[in-house]
Ligand binder design. Structure first.
Ligand code: TXA
Ligand code: MG
Length: 334
């Protein structure tokens, strides 16, 4: 399916398709979403088929305004009101207890539902014109890199999607921060552009961290293959520290490997032994914006290996380190 420039006529056509239970990919500020009418279980099942995603993985429902929270959430705690007021529209998804009418197909059988108002003019126009909730995971095949350009959606899903609205490049570049407010204490399920510090400042309380989120804290050394691979390129990718980079490259070149490199501290752009080098931005926001398109670019070059130089490990970089940890293994013996 070819992406279509998202003018009014295209948005109206997208609304018609959603009402017919079809799939529409659309831009958000984070990544492109693969949308279906969240109140239509058959439409929602199409999402899982198109992505090749297990049906017990819950979807985020995108809503047009804060007033719509009540239509999906059984109750809206004070904490949800506060976070919505501060960060919506924006790259934050809230997990709340669901109303009985929310299809279990959307929530992966759980009694909670993920909700967010995206901060993107096209997504908002689509949501307002549609009037209901749009269930939308990232518009990639299961376990692959999320799309940040309309052409990535086309590459990932081909004709499994009925329409692709083109809104250019996504500005945030990594998926939304997810905070679970359905339990007794707020919990960070997925780090994103909105940081733990920002959320804690609004809630005036500490967030619990899931073990997976906590693990990306210190990039503990793991054996490759131990982690669930998510957001991953097809080419094997390895994360290595700045200090070990030169030795690792020398070792791999000796083995005759074709290597692509994503650097952030070290400038190796003139190293002729390397298949391709992408020098990443030094600021976390700018790095996140181009992370997935850079991985895709290296992935398209048929290299033996992608090496990613470990970026800084401060709170601002948590979402990036989380995604890199999931996309890569760790170089053995270094
Ligand atoms: O930025 C984003 O959130 C993008 C754009 C399109 O909005 N969407 C996105 O969706 O990243 P997806 O499906 O790729 O990731 C949604 C995540 C999954 O990890 C899922 O487990 C979690 O949200 N999630 C959704 N509903 C949940 C629930 N009720 N309980 C726990 N986790 C939930
Ligand atoms: Mg995803």
């Amino acid at each position: 399916m070819k992406p279509i420039f998202a003018n009014d006529a295209a948005i109206n056509q997208a609304v018609d398709l959603l009402r017919q239970g079809r799939l529409v990919a659309f831009p958000t500020e984070t990544v492109y979403g693969l949308g279906a009418d969240a109140s239509n279980p058959d439409a929602v099942l199409r999402i899982f088929l198109a992505k090749g995603r297990p049906v017990d993985h819950p979807l985020i429902v995108h809503i047009p305004n804060v007033a719509s929270l009540d239509a999906w959430a059984l109750s809206v705690p004070e904490s949800a009101q506060q976070l919505a007021a501060h960060f919506w529209p924006g790259p934050l998804a809230l997990i709340l207890k669901k109303r009985p009418k929310v299809p279990l197909e959307v929530t992966g059988g759980q009694d909670t539902v993920g909700l967010r108002i995206p901060d993107h003019p096209i997504a908002l126009r689509l949501l307002q014109a549609f009037g209901g909730g749009i269930a939308a995971p990232s518009a990639n095949r299961f376990c692959r890199i999320s799309p940040t350009h309309a052409r990535h959606v086309q590459e990932e899903l081909g004709d499994a999607v009925d329409m692709i609205l083109d809104g250019g490049a996504c500005q945030v570049g990594v998926e939304s921060t997810i905070v679970d407010l359905s339990g007794s204490q707020p919990k960070l399920l997925r780090p994103g552009h909105i940081t733990r510090d920002q959320i804690e400042a609004v809630l005036q309380t500490q967030l619990l961290l899931t073990p997976q989120v906590a693990q990306a804290d210190a990039m503990q050394i793991r054996a490759p293959g131990m982690m669930a691979i998510h957001y991953a390129p097809i080419t094997p990718a390895l994360l290595c520290s700045a200090t070990s980079l030169a030795a690792i490259i020398a070792d791999l070149i000796k083995q005759g490997k074709k290597i692509g490199l994503l650097t952030c501290h070290t400038d190796l752009s003139n190293d002729s032994h390397l298949g391709a080098v992408i020098r990443m931005p030094a600021q976390a926001d700018a790095y996140a914006r181009v992370l997935y398109s850079s991985l895709r670019e290296l992935d398209s070059l048929h290299l033996d290996l992608i090496l990613v130089e470990q970026p800084p490990q401060t709170e601002l970089w948590r979402a990036i380190n989380d995604r890199l940890t999931k996309a890569t293994g760790v170089y053995p013996n270094f």
